[in-house]
Design a protein around this ligand. Structure first.
Ligand code: FE
Length: 131
């Protein structure tokens, strides 16, 4: 039986415009605030139109040795030029990037999942050391 996990596409974000990019320090002191930016299209821009856009990015953390990941953030990019005048006639587009802050008490892995409304789910990971 197919699983949703098999639908999470992976690639090098420098070559594939859909892959979410996680930008933060590689290591942090336990309990200190860690600033984490997630975005799509850092190297190759992704379209942001009514017909084709990034809908959301979700962020998860799994501590080393733990069995389950934790959901730590979800960022909705809700406006894409929609308007009563028609597609791409609206006054606002949400850009697909967001910044959040985490406190980590154990080292582990951040997982970002991005949803393109027509090209599906894309994931990336970043390991964080905690001392
Ligand atoms: Fe796309």
């Amino acid at each position: 039986m197919a699983s949703l996990g098999e639908k999470l596409q992976q690639a090098d974000w420098a070559k594939e415009k859909h892959v979410p990019v996680i930008e933060c320090a590689d290591s942090v002191t336990a309990g200190d605030l860690l600033e984490v930016k997630v975005s799509v299209g850092k190297e190759i821009a992704h379209p942001n139109t009514t017909e084709h856009h990034i809908s959301w990015i979700a962020l998860y953390f799994q501590a080393d040795g733990d069995k389950f990941p934790f959901h730590v953030g979800r960022f909705e990019f809700a406006a894409h030029g929609e308007s009563v005048a028609g597609a791409n006639q609206g006054p606002v587009y949400t850009h697909h990037a967001a910044t959040t802050w985490l406190k980590l008490l154990k080292p582990g892995t951040l997982y970002a999942v991005a949803m393109c409304n027509i090209h599906g789910l894309w994931e990336s990971t970043k390991q964080i050391k905690v001392s």
